[in-house]
Design a protein around this ligand. Structure first.
Ligand code: AHR
Length: 303
């Protein structure tokens, strides 16, 4: 409860309300903004008291936030790890304090799976594979792909790269340049500007999220080329700005990554705090969008 007098199952000690500490990655993308809103709205709807912290894309800030949640004796900690490695120490501290942890959106690369109760989020390898499958069918003469990677060391960057690369093996397609744009629009723009100067014959941009793809579009236009035509663009997320560019033909294909994890997170949190069993992995359901599908979906798109 919120009184700070206990943790799991502390309902007798105070008002019975669950307190959740949520350590968010940052506000780096449209996806992240939608994710934060979903967590905040659904916490309010579920009567969960939320202590929210924004790590500004820095692991040390997230570790500090988690330690502070432990000190405040929250009932449950949820977080979206900015990178995959380096969590064991702080997660062990949470375990010793008897505070359950739920991984949201991104996984940690830890041998000891007892350090968290469950992982709710997308299958990022599958997202990379879906991007490649579309390209294999729609590449035409295209062969040269440049890749805009997400944050170095982050699960979606590692997995989306891997899923894509595996799926293009044995085809004419090849990743001729690959660099991180840190999941931001400005990062995508900067890296694409450099690629346009240094990499000959770019046919395709594969961006690990919409924002970097949108940044790349600016760079492509500034170089006097037509995005979606001279250079094909594939992205991941399907947030409103990405879908708008897809509907306009400036992006060619988007693999959806669903940010609306709040409702499931609150349900899992209540169960975990009550000591009930939960599945160790909950995979988000997702689809893909062509330009035509984006046009149809846009009016109803919530984020
Ligand atoms: O972890 C999910 C990824 O993080 C999203 O695809 C990206 O936009 C965000 O920054």
């Amino acid at each position: 409860g919120s009184g700070g007098s206990g943790n799991a199952g502390s309902s007798g000690a105070d008002d019975g309300k669950i307190t959740m500490g949520f350590a968010q990655v940052g506000a780096e993308s449209g996806w992240r903004t939608a994710n934060t809103k979903s967590v905040q709205d659904e916490a309010a709807a579920a009567g969960v008291e939320l202590k929210f912290s924004d790590a500004q894309q820095r692991q040390e800030n997230q570790i500090k936030a988690i330690r502070s949640f432990i000190q405040q004796k929250v009932d449950v900690i949820a977080f979206s790890p900015v990178v995959e490695t380096g969590w064991d120490t702080v997660l062990l501290e949470a375990q010793r304090a008897d505070i359950p942890v739920i991984l949201t959106d991104r996984a940690v690369d830890s041998e000891d799976t007892s350090l968290y109760k469950t992982f709710l989020g997308s299958d990022f390898v599958e997202e990379g594979r879906k991007a490649a499958e579309w390209l294999k069918e729609n590449a035409g003469d295209a062969t040269n792909v440049v890749e805009l990677q997400g944050t170095t060391g982050a699960a979606p960057a590692i997995d989306r790269k891997e899923g894509f690369e595996k799926a293009i093996e044995g085809t004419n397609l090849k990743v001729v340049a690959s660099q991180t744009g840190d999941f931001t629009r400005s990062g995508g723009k900067q890296v694409m500007e450099a690629f346009l100067k240094s990499v000959p014959d770019i046919d395709v941009v594969y961006a690990h999220n919409d924002d970097m793809g949108l940044g790349a579009i600016e760079a492509i236009k500034a170089a006097g080329k037509v995005p979606g035509k001279d250079i094909k663009i594939i992205t991941v997320d399907a947030v409103k700005d990405g879908m708008t560019a897809l509907a306009a033909g400036e992006i060619n294909f988007i693999v959806e990554c669903n940010p609306l994890l709040g409702k499931q997170l609150m349900e899992l949190a209540k169960k975990v705090v009550a000591g009930e069993e939960v599945p160790t992995r909950v995979v988000t359901e997702e689809t893909t969008f062509t330009s035509e599908q984006a046009k149809a979906a846009l009016p109803e798109r919530k984020y």
